[in-house]
Design a protein around this ligand. Structure first.
Ligand SMILES: [Zn+2]
Length: 669
């Protein structure tokens, strides 16, 4: 999901940017410097990539017939699940996720969590739940397995989102099981992602769903935590939706059949090689469709929001071919984009297989901000980092949200350069700059590579998982070359397409594709809360005079008088560059001399200090560490500059940037 639409609401970003403007004007330095954009490069040697898998190993496939009552906001459904035990072990139980039960009452793990630090910050007003009426094995003895389920999530009597169901007989490796379920789902008023507002309905996590079966025979099951997203097995979905005529529907997959009669419409969708199914129904949707890079893209949007729909299609026109080239072609025939009405904003900014939700008020495209692009490109990127690479979002959210935030920033900067977030009034804010601002100084708070529920707050998760991962990867791209980093990610996305890569899988590919120093920095940044701050403290210049004093030579004793300092022909200059923190990143150092000449020096970043010495005819007057701002993870850039002639412009700009960071920090997720 996208933090910008929820945690940093568009209005807050506008206020933050007006704060930026005020500070910049106050300090008289104009725009804070836009960080150098890193244009994405399409891979040039496609032959070096692994071949693309065409399908997933299917473990759980679903057939659902669901009837939506739009007055009671309730779904009655029949469901079959074809489940294959692809693990190495015989199974004696199944684990079901009933995530709609997260909204059943205020005591669930989801709703009792401290929402001030949670996602939307709202409490439920209309509750939602899912009741399974019966669960039986097709062709079995007719026993209702549901009657034998555990009544609550493990060790949590108040939560019913993670339930164990014992099997009557073991399911051997390789064997399959067909299950028949009947269920009724009561939708909540939208709190998080799912539910209704008025006649708008969005159905996410709405049906009883099996937890992912790991190769060792364990189910990766977990109760629905407000900081966590999802994890499931691939399969095929055939879903028939029965809605009142006049309701427009958007859903995962492709519409394969539509029939009507008696005031109802039945729509059948088929989606292959996916791990979830979401849909929406509203009697006020307007639609736009267009084929982009071979994919039929449909946008469903509220009345009078044509501008937003246009902006969303425009985003997909550049981002879909961009992601196809970098990460392997989007494999599905359809992509549905749902722009929820403003009252249902909490359904926005979310990803599902072949369906994404965006969001934003009608004025989102006005005023120089690329907010619609940001949310659209971010959610589209999830078609790879979540959809095709179905990592465990509970255990390692950075694998989807973090890498995807980097992918999003790259796509936006390739399209819009340094104003990829905002560009107006002479100000430019890039995605990398915004990520840097949000995550600045939080690098030591918590590690990136940890479980979603382990983060202290959702705001911390937002800053560290989304923004810090993005700037760590962007730093590697700027220091070691974006083509190398992009190629490594391209190998990763192709090798693990339709699979469930782990942190070790990701680092394994990085090890095979990147410089060992880059991988070691990446590993430290992900797992050890490693940070870096390069800084300089003082510049010294000593005039080099002709030697003075008493000298005994072959011709006897000789006295040489010291010259006046201003007569010195040469200066010995030194500046010491310090590295705080444990991230070692190679850095460039720019020296400026009184006569206007400049020199570049390189430090490999090893050791804690680096003496930059120079002997020359002109004294050293300024130094700038990392002048091209490659090291986005540098905690404090205001100490990277020194100028003996007083505060130079870059120094002041850095102060302005730092001040702006403080302002924006107040709005960060
Ligand atoms: Zn996301």
């Amino acid at each position: 999901m996208r933090r910008v639409t929820r945690e940093v609401a568009i209005g807050a970003v506008f206020s933050a940017l007006s704060g930026w403007l005020a500070w910049s004007l106050l300090l008289g330095v104009g725009a804070a410097p836009a960080l150098r954009s890193t244009a994405a490069h399409a891979p040039t040697e496609a032959s070096t990539f692994p071949a693309l898998a065409e399908s997933a190993a299917k473990v759980a496939s679903y057939e659902i017939e669901a009837k939506l009552d739009t007055e009671k906001h309730r779904i009655s459904a029949q469901q079959t699940i074809r489940f294959v035990n692809r693990s190495r072990r015989a199974l004696n139980e199944l684990w079901f996720h009933l995530y709609l039960n997260a909204f059943k009452n205020d005591k669930t793990l989801f709703l009792r969590s401290p929402f001030g630090a949670g996602r939307s910050g709202d409490k439920a007003r209309e509750y939602g739940y899912v009741d399974v009426k019966k669960l039986a094995v097709i062709g079995g003895d007719g026993d209702d397995l549901w009657a034998k389920r555990d009544r609550h999530s493990p060790d949590d009597p108040d939560d019913e989102t993670n339930l164990r169901v014992p099997l009557s007989s073991p399911l051997e490796p390789g064997a399959s099981l067909d299950l028949q379920l009947e269920f009724e789902a009561q939708l909540p008023e939208i709190i998080e992602r799912t539910g209704f507002v008025g006649s708008f309905h969005f159905m996410g996590q709405w049906f009883p769903k099996l937890a992912r079966l790991e190769p060792n025979g364990d189910f990766a099951h977990f109760a629905f935590h407000p900081q966590s997203e999802f994890y499931a097995d691939f399969g095929d979905y055939d879903v028939t939706l029965d809605v009142p005529s006049g309701f427009r529907v958007g859903a995962t997959g492709s519409l394969v059949r539509e029939t009507g009669g008696k005031g109802r419409t039945r729509l059948t969708y088929r989606a292959e090689n996916v791990h979830d199914f979401a849909w929406t129904a509203w009697d006020r949707f307007e639609t736009r469709s267009e084929t982009i890079a071979g994919t039929k893209v449909s946008v469903l949007f509220p009345p009078r929001q044509h501008r937003n729909a246009d902006a969303e299609l425009a985003s997909i026109r550049f981002a879909l071919p961009h992601f196809n080239a970098l990460y392997g072609a989007y494999p599905y025939p359809n992509l549905t984009v749902v722009h929820p009405p403003e009252a249902a904003a909490n359904a926005g900014g979310m990803e599902y297989p072949s369906l994404i939700t965006t969001g934003g008020p009608w004025y989102s495209t006005l005023g120089g901000g690329h907010f619609i692009d940001i949310v659209t490109v971010h959610e589209l990127g999830h078609q790879w980092f979540y959809g095709l690479l179905a990592s465990n979002e509970h255990d390692a959210p950075f694998l989807d949200e973090g890498i995807n935030s980097y992918a999003e920033a790259q796509a936006l900067e390739a399209q819009y350069g340094p104003s990829s977030v905002f560009g107006a009034f002479g100000l430019s804010v890039s995605s990398s700059a915004l990520n840097r601002l949000i995550s600045a100084a939080r690098g030591a708070d918590e590690k990136i590579a940890q479980g979603a529920a382990d983060f202290a707050t959702f705001r911390s998760l937002g800053a560290i998982v989304y923004s810090r991962t993005a700037i760590v990867l962007a730093t590697l791209a700027r220091v070691y070359g974006s083509e190398r980093v992009n190629h490594a990610l391209g190998v990763y996305t192709r090798k693990f397409r339709f699979q469930h890569p782990t942190t070790a899988d990701f680092l394994g590919v990085m090890q095979s594709e990147l410089d060992s120093r880059a991988v070691s920095a990446l590993t430290l940044a992900l797992s050890e809360r490693a940070t870096v701050d390069y800084l300089v403290r003082e510049i010294s210049n000593a005039p080099i005079s002709a030697a003075a004093g008493v000298f005994d030579g072959p011709k006897g004793r000789e006295q040489k008088k010291p010259e006046a300092p201003h007569q010195a022909a040469q200066y010995s200059s030194r500046v010491v560059v310090y590295r705080h923190g444990t991230l070692q990143l190679p850095v460039e150092i720019e020296l400026g001399f009184e006569d206007g000449t400049k020199q570049m020096r390189h430090w490999d970043g090893s050791g804690y200090t680096f003496n930059v010495d120079n002997v020359g005819s002109s004294p050293l007057v300024s130094v700038s560490v990392d002048p091209e701002q490659r090291i986005l993870v540098d905690d404090d850039r205001s100490n990277n500059w020194l100028d003996n002639r007083g505060s130079g412009t870059p120094h002041l700009r850095e102060r302005a940037l730092y001040a702006t960071q403080l302002i924006l920090g107040a709005f960060g997720p």
